[in-house]
Ligand binder design. Structure first.
Ligand SMILES: *Cc1c(COP(=O)(O)O)cnc(C)c1O
Length: 496
């Protein structure tokens, strides 16, 4: 049977998986959700013997039912190949009483690669299936990580072009260097004189510009989106939770059907939602632990039932979690509202107009799967240092937020028994300065690349290819424009 996708804001809008991937967002502004969450149909015995690619297939085949077996396997094999620096793709590291699921072994050394390495393939397959003749043009505004992961994923993928806008003075030096050195004739990176919000607004304007869409169509192009609300990013993320559980079972860490906790450093709520879906597919999970940094909207939401984004935006050392509107939370709200699109739409409208909403006590009861907490900047740094001093293992700032919240969870609940997986979302090399500062302030005077060398020494880990590359890589993208010029720049790149 075909699994369909419905909009969280309109029960009547139903599309196939490939259509949902092509469109990204529903017409009414809602997110696509599967009309039911399928159960895994292979045993843990079988899963425990599978490679990452095989596990991914078992998950994807249940969600993306209008793709053929051959199509899915081609997408999976093109995504999870030697671009990853380990055959395990997502290895587990046992350190200080928890299992760190390292999701950063892909080309841009952050967990976004887990989904953005397969999305381009899912997208062009979807275009073919739905008789789309145009080339797909991916437009992205980025504050750092997503842009590079999307560029790496789409580079040289036939039938696609990708254009990334970033705030010229609003990303870290490593992030900028990673983007402007991107190879691939179908890639285009543009710095704008403006902030991330302006880049984002400029991109959204182009998406809804019908005149532009007509011109594009005449030239053989159409826009699509690679951002995290696309179901094509969410579904591949479920796979690594299934994989992690199966590996713990295979290694004898857990018994059959033993429950585990999963801790996820959270921003847009995509990664932890994937863990929630894994649980609903049948993976035995006790608690889903949602870890926030000082932008603790989600912690407040889980404790009070009120989501309130009216607060100061904090810049932290875990920038990929600096977010006040966690878009993917809408998918959970829809679910705890009993899949009532009207109820969800009303709450989202309130969020849009007043910046907040409150869920009913009945809905709140359905959040029992989750535990929320947050870590301050100091707690995050202390966690990096303590873990390093105790074990020699170095984690990045985002992962440290999760580890710190896990310690709080243990204190709060006395649950020190349940085996726990912590999603490790970025390589420490991506945030060397904050990581090394946390370990010892004496590193403060070192340059960006000196820090990298030092980190490699003290952590006893090889410098990732992604970092080595940008040391000497040639800058290939030098375009800088004003916000108003964004459409003009797009047309120029497309030769229109
Ligand atoms: C994007 C990101 C997160 C947050 O993930 P969400 O799915 O948005 O909750 C956490 N850590 C890193 C390193 C990221 O890049």
């Amino acid at each position: 049977m075909e699994l369909m996708y419905a909009s969280t804001r309109d029960a009547n809008e139903k599309v196939t998986a490939s259509q949902a991937i092509l469109k990204g967002l529903a017409n009414d502004g809602g997110l696509y959700v599967p009309t039911e969450i399928p159960s895994l149909d292979v045993s843990m015995e079988e899963l425990s013997k599978m490679t990452y690619q095989e596990t991914a297939y078992e998950v994807l085949k249940l969600f993306l039912t209008d793709y053929t077996e051959e199509e899915l396997k081609n997408c999976i094999n093109a995504a999870y190949d030697s671009k990853f620096d380990t055959e395990e793709i997502a290895p587990l590291v046992d350190a200080d009483g928890a299992y760190y699921l390292e999701l950063f072994h892909g080309p841009t050394i952050a967990f976004k690669d887990m989904a953005l390495s397969i999305l381009p393939h899912l997208l062009i397959t979807a275009a073919r299936k739905n008789n789309v003749k145009n080339d797909i043009v991916i437009l992205t505004a980025t504050s750092g990580d997503t842009g590079k992961a999307a560029l790496a994923g789409f580079a040289d993928v036939k039938g696609t072009k990708i254009i990334v806008f970033y705030p010229k003075n609003g990303v870290s030096p490593v992030q900028e260097k990673q983007m402007v050195t991107q190879k691939g004739d179908n890639t285009f990176v543009v710095g704008i004189h403006g902030n991330f919000d302006q880049a984002q607004t400029g991109v959204k304007k182009m998406f809804s510009d019908t005149e532009l869409a007509k011109e594009m169509d005449a030239a053989g192009y159409q826009f699509s989106s690679a951002n995290s609300i696309n179901i094509g990013r969410l579904v591949p993320q479920i796979a690594y939770y299934v994989y992690a559980y199966a590996k713990l079972y295979a290694n004898g860490v857990i018994a059959k059907d033993e429950k585990i906790n999963i801790v996820v450093p959270t921003g847009n709520f995509g990664n932890i939602l994937a863990a929630f879906y894994a649980k609903n597919m049948g993976i035995p999970v006790a608690k889903l632990i949602c870890a926030s940094n000082e932008n603790k909207v989600l912690y407040d939401f889980f404790s009070t039932g009120t989501y309130d984004k009216n607060r100061e935006f904090m810049l932290t050392s875990s920038p990929s979690m600096d977010i006040l509107i966690s878009s993917n939370l809408e998918r959970l709200i829809y679910r705890i509202a009993g899949e009532d699109a009207a109820k969800n739409a009303a709450l989202m409208k309130e969020l849009n107009t007043t910046g907040k909403y409150e869920i009913t006590s009945e809905m709140k009861e359905k959040l029992a799967d989750f535990y929320g907490n947050y870590a301050s900047e100091k707690e995050t740094a202390d966690t990096i240092r303590d873990l390093y001093e105790k074990t020699g293992y170095v984690i990045d700032t985002h992962t440290a937020v999760a580890a710190s919240v896990y310690h709080k969870y243990k204190k709060d609940t006395n649950d020190a028994e349940t085996k726990t997986v912590i999603a490790s979302t970025a390589s420490p090399f991506k945030f060397s300065r904050s990581v090394m500062d946390a370990i010892d302030p004496k590193y403060d005077s070192l340059s960006e690349f000196e820090l990298v060398d030092e980190l490699s020494k003290i952590g006893n880990v090889k410098i990732p290819q992604a970092i080595e590359e940008i040391r000497s890589a040639e800058v290939r993208h030098k375009t800088v424009c004003e916000v108003e010029e964004m459409p003009k720049v797009v047309k120029q790149f497309l030769g229109m």
